[in-house]
Write a protein that binds this ligand. Structure first.
Ligand SMILES: [Zn+2]
Length: 448
């Protein structure tokens, strides 16, 4: 199958005008100028997208598919109040609600050109929705407890899930990992247990240094996370004593950053010494600019992370946080925030954010040998993004057009491993009508 478009963006190489990508089975075979590839492969069926960009699918470096039905539910409040209210609302969900909420997320991911998710899930619903919808993913089983006597049982249940995901039928596109939730919800022994379990290279993700409230909780034992959140949900938890150090240096003591494949999510509250810690242990960062801005969490110091050689991917953190799983918005807001902060001296180009949403996210997850760019031998995870609408023409430079004018509704086609999973309001494996009506039911339930 030969895919052609005005622009082909391999990401690892300069873009090609009037380009083509040759796909056989689940893999990319060749990339080049459309005329040349058509001559070389005259019998190959051609799909032309016209004034569009063919590019690797987005890799959402941090999300929670199962929270999708909580979109817009807790809005206009800062992080710690948002977290508290979300924890209260979660109690209303049944098992089936989590499943349908996660499928709703998979529906949106595919429509948004996301082909790989790095998803933290407590219920496992995100894993099942990813398998069912055909998404590729690194799916991390969440663990959390502040109570030491519960650590062994929490780990037992989590490792059972991870093992069952690894052997599940149809889950070839999923890598299973484990996720200690955050410094304010995990006992140090839980961090140690996860570090031991993940010493073999099992992927680890954790929310880390995400908000000022978390920083104040860890360092000074204060903030709403030390009062309301613990009073409501962790009343049996032991006393928390101020540690006097940053969240990064706090978790460092409990071995978790020594696991070989760690993704730290957010990292908005980190200083130069923290960056040194992350860089020296090759910990990757998932940057979620829209969630961080919307919930007043701050912003990750990208220029310093890049200078230190830290791998940084781009994440949406689910519609419960940022209202849509739209990597175009993440690229746009991420870029604008950096330009506003850094000025002319360290001006970030649009192309860098397109790379962050694709190849750099793949590197952050350690899956860049398979996905993240269009290269012969890599998996055919390919999207076509329309650039022909009234808000986009004339198009001069595809990277800045993608970042500044495109949105999730401009995605024409989403392919994972050579399988077309989405084409203009049509999903091959999901039933949108059922999920939209379930979304409405869940809306009424959550308001109760
Ligand atoms: Zn998150």
């Amino acid at each position: 199958m030969l895919l052609t478009a005005r622009y082909v963006l391999p990401i690892a190489a300069p873009h090609i005008e009037h380009g083509a990508v040759l796909v056989h089975g689940d893999s990319i075979v060749e990339i080049g100028e459309a005329d040349r590839l058509k001559q070389l492969h005259p019998d190959e069926p051609v799909t032309d997208f016209g004034l569009a960009a063919l590019m690797p699918g987005f890799i959402d470096a941090h999300t929670h598919l199962e929270y999708t039905a909580m979109r817009g539910l807790v809005d206009d409040v800062p992080y710690s109040r948002w977290k508290l209210q979300l924890l209260q609302k979660e109690r209303l969900f049944s098992e089936q609600d989590w499943e349908d909420s996660a499928q709703l997320g998979a529906l949106e991911a595919l429509q948004s050109g996301i082909t790989t998710i790095a998803d933290i899930t407590a219920s496992g619903a995100s894993f099942r929705a990813a398998v069912m919808s055909g998404l590729r993913g690194v799916v991390y089983r969440e663990v959390a407890t502040m109570e030491k006597p519960k650590v062994a049982e929490v780990m037992r249940r989590a490792t059972e899930d991870v093992e069952s995901w690894r052997s599940a039928t149809g889950a070839e596109r999923i890598v299973a990992g484990i996720a200690p939730h955050a410094p304010y919800s995990c006992h140090p022994e839980l961090f140690r247990a996860v570090a031991g379990f993940a010493a073999d290279g099992t992927p680890v993700a954790m929310h880390l240094a995400g908000s000022r409230e978390e920083y104040q909780f860890v360092k000074y034992g204060s903030s709403m996370l030390a009062t309301d959140v613990r009073d409501t949900f962790d009343s049996h938890a032991p006393l928390w004593l101020p540690t006097g150090v940053s969240p990064v240096r706090y978790v460092l003591q409990w071995d978790i950053l020594d696991a070989p494949n760690v993704l730290a999510v957010h990292c908005t509250q980190i200083d130069d010494a923290d960056i040194e810690v992350l860089a020296s242990r090759d910990v990757a960062v998932a940057h979620c600019p829209r969630c961080n801005a919307k919930l007043g969490m701050g912003t990750a110091p990208l220029a310093k992370l890049f200078a230190a050689g830290v791998r940084v991917g781009l994440g949406t953190d689910s519609p419960a946080a940022s209202n849509s799983m739209d990597e175009f918005e993440e690229m746009r807001i991420g870029l604008l925030v950096q330009r506003a902060l850094l000025g002319e001296e360290r001006f970030v180009p649009a192309r860098q954010f397109v790379k962050m949403a694709t190849l750099d996210s793949a590197r952050a997850l350690g899956i860049e040998d398979r996905v993240g760019s269009l290269e012969p031998g890599k998996q055919a995870d390919i999207i076509a993004v329309d650039l022909s609408e009234s808000h986009q023409v004339p198009t001069h430079y595809p990277y800045s057009t993608l970042v500044h004018t495109a949105n999730q509704e401009n995605v024409l086609w989403t392919m994972v491993a050579g399988e077309v999973l989405y084409q203009r309001h049509s999903w091959s494996r999901l039933d949108p009508q059922r999920l939209y009506s379930r979304a409405e039911e869940l809306r009424m339930k959550l308001r109760g």
